[in-house]
Ligand binder design. Sequence first.
Ligand code: NDP
Length: 397
Amino acid sequence: MGRVLMIGAGGVATVAAFKIAQNADVFSEFMIASRRKEKCDAIVKAIGNPNIKTAQVDADDVEQLKALFNDYKPEMVINLALPYQDLTIMDACLACGVNYLDTANYEPKDEAHFEYSWQWAYKDRFEKAGLTAILGCGFDPGVSGVYTAYAAKHHFDEIQYLDIVDCNAGNHHKSFATNFNPEINIREITQKGLYYKDGKWIETEPLEIHKPLTYPNIGPRESYLMHHEELESLVKNYPSIRQARFWMTFGQEYLTYLRVIQGIGMASIKPINYNGMEIVPLQFLKAVLPNPQDLGANYEGETSIGCRIRGMKDGKEQTYYVYNNCKHQDAYKETGMQGVSYTTGVPAMIGAMMFFKGLWKRPGVWNVEDFDPDPFMEQLNKQGLPWHEIFNGDLEL
Ligand code: NDP
């Protein structure tokens, strides 16, 4: 039915590749391309399907991307490389008439700052070209937006308070490691916090606001308010929202390491000269930290990510909590990757499936909540990320 090209061969891409291969009725032709072809070949070997094609491409280079797209002629590109490559890949998609999906919004390499404006600026061009671009289709962003759309469609007349809560209660038995690309992850966590209240964005110091929240099957975990990209599109798409926040759990040990890393300058993205060579401290740190792809084997515990929503239905206030719990070992047994890669790679595949089934196909540049959430929610249950609902419980927020 569909010819898909995936760019990137990291943890998230590995999971998406397993899932694409499992859904061959939708994805009839599949190629994986990344900076290093051997990593793509390793994924194909792990899946055991020699029909999957592989290629080398530098996704910072629009001309290389165009040559690859013109040669393979995919209908859609799933971008699972890094946020730095979003715009070059979108440019190549426009040049070659290819549809687009990603899981993280664009970030310039030299500035730790993310927002949708750069990608939303492509809306007219995608619309005129008759091409669909689906932005932020991982778990958060991704499923968090689909959950919100589902709540708005079925359970609320007006959503007023939205809290996205992300808990990783796993233990990988390493002193310090990040669960996805260390460079992107540390840039995100060390930024100032930001949340939305009564029509304004309020900035906080990094991880300044925190409180214990109780997660299903896990218990209470200290949760920290952070800026997260989906808040930007959700408050725009649901103007009744008075307050929108994002919370993520961190252990004390993790935060101590992070403080030391920052304190000694290793989180810096400013290039320095070392023995005549220019290096970026954070990129060097990434090179010595454990690869998130290798954490799975000894990872115990589970993740729990959901939306806690308060609003009005039929003139009455009600609360709604929709969430998924994902066990790291279950993810590892199925794909060789840990739960954070799994919870991102599965929704990326489902988003592409929605496109190929014609359910999420509309010229322009869209966030996930712009589409019908129902078929996506149905697939979450079938593809390994079942969800649960609690009505009128205590949201703690
Ligand atoms: P990894 O670093 O493991 O994988 C990134 C892959 O992209 C690597 O294979 C890397 O190549 C490849 N790559 C990097 N630069 C280029 C380039 N210029 N050209 C071609 N390939 C390139 O990251 P993850 O798998 O952990 O994360 C992938 C994406 O998912 C990130 O954008 C991340 O922000 C996003 N994410 C989204 C989440 C969500 O819920 N929405 C949650 C977690 C992650 P090489 O292997 O050679 O380094």
